[in-house]
Design a protein around this ligand. Structure first.
Ligand SMILES: C[S@@+](CC[C@H](N)C(=O)[O-])C[C@H]1O[C@@H](n2cnc3c(N)ncnc32)[C@H](O)[C@@H]1O
Length: 201
């Protein structure tokens, strides 16, 4: 297998992202919160994470809403691949998940096709010390009542927090991910500013 540089992989990922986005309507992408993180922003976030982490820490990375893998790509740009012990990404939509799994084949990234909100966190030794995520922005009006009840119960058992019925899907991602984090782990979330203003924030 040809080993490609991080910048070459990022170019391939961006062109894949453009092609996949073009295959969906704006309404479809809105419904599932499918808006990718730009390369520069993903790199800045990972560079900032590097400053906060101890130099020798081996990384167990997770992105619960991986898309084509913008944060995994930035991880490989910022850290040497030998520091990455494990990397996992969840993606609910095969339209993105299958080509992403193909793109990252042969790397440390394990792309899992499925709904992250239906997962059960692994035991402590398999948890993650670096989580970076741009969770789907889906407003609460677009989450059905039965689904909201399930999400609220699952999130409360994962982190002990009762999420408000007015919260968007990204709030459930925050709470559910808590159970996936190793003690002392670092999480970086790209979430809307509204979080700071609304009561449920
Ligand atoms: C805002 S995009 C971010 C994608 C990528 N991580 C990035 O930063 O460019 C959110 C991604 O989460 C996926 N997604 C939405 N709901 C999900 C769920 N319940 N479980 C896993 N992935 C989900 C969407 O299909 C989309 O690819």
């Amino acid at each position: 297998m040809v080993k490609r540089s991080a910048s070459d992989m990022e170019k391939r990922r961006v062109s894949l992202q453009e092609r996949l986005d073009a295959g969906k309507t704006q309404a479809e992408r809105n419904r599932m919160g499918q808006f990718a993180t730009p390369t520069g922003l993903a790199s800045d976030i990972l560079r900032y994470a590097k400053k906060l982490l101890n130099d020798n820490t081996k990384l167990r990375f997770i992105d619960p809403a991986i898309g084509t893998g913008s944060f995994y790509s930035a991880l490989l740009e910022v850290f040497s691949s030998s520091r990455v012990d494990a990397a996992v990404g969840y993606e609910i939509d095969d339209h993105y998940g299958i080509p992403a799994a193909r793109l990252w084949e042969g790397t440390s990234l394990d792309v899992r096709l499925g709904d992250f909100t239906k997962t059960v966190a692994p035991p402590e030794p398999q948890r993650f010390n670096l989580l970076i995520c741009n969770p789907p922005y889906v407003r609460h009006h677009h989450i059905g009542n039965g689904e909201k009840t399930r999400l609220r119960a699952h999130t409360q058992s994962a982190c002990g927090v009762k999420i408000s019925g007015l919260a968007g899907l990204y709030c459930y991602f925050l709470g559910l991910s808590h159970a996936w984090m190793a003690s002392g782990g670092l999480a970086g979330w790209l979430i809307p500013r509204e979080f700071m203003d609304v009561n449920y924030g």
